[in-house]
Design a protein around this ligand. Structure first.
Ligand code: AKG
Length: 348
């Protein structure tokens, strides 16, 4: 059983950069209140909610709470096409991207990385997590960002909610000091991604995070999204920042895993490619772009297939992911193994 404790509030350290950096170095994360102006966050939230409303994801609301309740009948999760098409309309909006280049964030990240020449990863992640009474495979299990992000060891993630996140909607849970153990082995799991870090934590930090607050953590800090069992969508952004001249994986720059690419995103912005935020990373003359190392993916694929061959019901989610995202022959084998898999004994 994991004991949950409140995030350490590092906000008072904002006036002492050395102490702030030291805290990040020792805990692997920072919870900082009021970094982003709430009015800027509210503008992004309004756009995201307008798209959610248009898609029928929200119930009518007469109160002035930050977000109307979600309509559970409309709940969908990534990678369902019904989720992706709505998510894309939310994500392509310029304000979603611009918020994460806010001067206050850039200044904070300059302090934390010790580099003025920062690269904000263009692939910003917007999450709209529907509530559900029973936690299920939409939750990310315990994980480190490193196997996906790779590149610079000094990359930091900023996670920030667009509406209040906490009891009810869930937020993040973080294992303090977990970044000190390097890259951890994975195990099969029934969570969103099919695998999770092989940890059995005794204590995790979590708690409410308000619009304007940020959680900053390293690429090796173990964390997870906590279940949304409330009434509202959980809306958040997570974005990576790194010293611009340190290695960056090519997969963090281009949109290879979707049919659209950046041109179709910027076509929707008022100034299109004349916008300073469009293709900004391509103007960095000294980026050290490195190939994506497929080692972690290969390992994940192999463990899914091996567990499938043993008819292990715990391999279901990993096989689904392998069948959906890997190339043949792994994808075809995973699909065949899925059909032969006995039903799981306990549903999560
Ligand atoms: O927001 C979540 O549910 C998970 C976020 C996460 O895993 C991340 O920011 O790396």
């Amino acid at each position: 059983m994991t004991e949950l404790q409140s995030f350490f509030d590092a906000t008072p350290l904002l006036d002492s950069p050395a102490a702030l950096v030291e805290r990040l170095r020792s805990d692997g994360y920072l919870h900082l209140r009021g970094v982003l102006p709430v009015s800027d966050v509210a503008a992004v939230r309004r756009h995201v909610l307008a798209v959610a409303d248009e898609a029928g994801w929200l119930l009518p609301s007469v109160t002035d709470e930050p977000a109307p309740p979600a309509d559970t009948r409309a709940a969908v999760w990534d990678p369902a096409p019904a989720y992706r098409s709505v998510h894309r309309r939310m994500w392509t909006h310029r304000d979603v991207h611009a918020l994460m280049h806010h001067p206050r964030l850039l200044s904070l990240l300059t302090t934390l990385t010790g580099h003025v020449d920062l690269l904000v990863h263009p692939r910003k992640v917007l999450r709209a997590v529907h509530p559900r009474p029973v936690p299920g495979p939409a939750e990310t299990g315990w994980h480190q960002d490193w196997p996906e992000i790779q590149g610079s060891e000094n990359t930091l993630t900023v996670w920030t909610p667009l509406a209040p996140a906490g009891p009810g909607t869930g937020a993040l849970a973080i294992l303090p000091a977990s970044h000190r153990d390097g890259t951890l082995p994975l195990r099969l799991a029934s969570t969103a991604v099919g695998w999770e870090a092989n940890v059995h934590p005794q204590r995790a930090h979590t708690g409410p995070v308000a619009p304007g607050d940020v959680l900053v953590f390293t690429a090796h800090t173990v964390h997870r999204g906590t279940p949304n069992t409330g009434r509202h969508l959980r809306l958040s952004l997570d974005v990576r920042y790194q010293p611009a001249r340190e290695p960056i994986s090519e997969t963090c720059l281009e949109l290879r895993d979707e049919p659209y690419g950046w041109d179709s995103v910027y076509d929707q912005w008022p100034a299109r490619d004349g916008d300073p935020l469009a293709y900004y990373w391509r103007r960095h003359t000294r980026l050290n772009v490195v190939p994506y190392d497929p080692r972690f993916d290969v390992w994940r694929e192999r463990t899914a297939l091996a567990a499938g061959e043993r008819r292990d019901p715990g391999a279901r989610r990993a096989l689904e992911i392998t069948a959906a995202y890997s190339a043949p022959p792994a994808a075809t084998r995973a699909a065949a193994l899925l059909r032969a898999l006995p039903a799981a004994r306990t549903a999560r």
